[in-house]
Design a protein around this ligand. Sequence first.
Ligand SMILES: Nc1ncnc2c1ncn2[C@@H]1O[C@H](COP(=O)(O)OP(=O)(O)O)[C@@H](O)[C@H]1O
Ligand SMILES: [Mg+2]
Length: 336
Amino acid sequence: MSAGSILSALDQRFFDPVAIGITRDGGWFLQDGNPDLLRIIAGVVPEVEPGDRPVVLSADPTVRSPGLGDIDVVFPVLHGPWGEDGTIQGLLEMSGIPYVGSGVMASAVAMDKATMKALFASAGLEVGPFAVITDRQWRSDRVAAMARASAVGFPVFVKPARAGSSQGISKVHSVEGLESAIETARAHDPRVIVEAGVEGAREIECGVIQDESGVPRASRCAEIIIGGGHEFYDFDAKYLDDSTTLVVPAELDDALEAEVRRQACLAFEALGCEGLARVDFFTDPTGAVIINEVNTMPGFTPISMFPRMWGASGLAFADLVSHLVRDAQRRGTGLR
Ligand SMILES: Nc1ncnc2c1ncn2[C@@H]1O[C@H](COP(=O)(O)OP(=O)(O)O)[C@@H](O)[C@H]1O
Ligand SMILES: [Mg+2]
């Protein structure tokens, strides 16, 4: 859906898009690039089907990729493992093709909620209490793992370390629900993180892009207000029903907004992000700012937070897309 939105907004005076779809099985196929096919219709999320024009991206920069021709920049509008976690970024590095967004390391770190928190903490950002349960720990000493998870303090959020879109996440109020929540998270990722729930949290987000000199710039902030009986911002609240209110720009006092924007840029640099990121925070009733996560390829539809926050900051959707493509060209590939 994000890819469809970017395709329709892309300024065709400057750019000549080649749409590539990846199927569930990992097959790559040239697409017509018709954005109308990339929308939710009657609650059904669009899927890429195998086509008759397969493409291969060569890892050898001296070999032209069969079926692709010359590509100047790739915009990897992909969420989650294999798309947002440094793996495809690694392939693009190997092939010598510049790409929008973060490189291998920042993408990988931002995909792993446990490693990401370690880097936030070392940059002086406040992260709440948490515990990590690896596959080996869960299988070899479940009692100890349960004890460490309980020690975080209820309520907790149990999450796959490397997922997204709230998949596999549960809020757990007492030890009774803990084991099944861990198993639910493990269905997505054998590595699990258990985090202290922030009580009375407001969910505040901030967009970051780099300017022409590479300096991170923060957008106005936005707030997510969850309604409709959702206990937290789960998959349905994110994509399927309209019970959630997005307030852009967020109603924050000036000092708090400035602090969130400062921390957003700090987080961007702490992870070594490039291009763009959406940085998500909680604020609690005492005014504390607790960082939740960085998304290196945030949702990118006209109703998504990232482009809306930039819109509220004076950068229109199509101009944001142009800026990001040029930013990728400026950066190029290789150590930088
Ligand atoms: N520690 C927490 N305290 C309060 N709410 C949380 C916490 N962690 C997650 N949530 C809720 O769960 C949602 C999804 O969690 P998040 O870590 O952002 O995962 P994802 O990467 O899937 O977006 C958040 O938007 C928020 O509503
Ligand atoms: Mg999130």
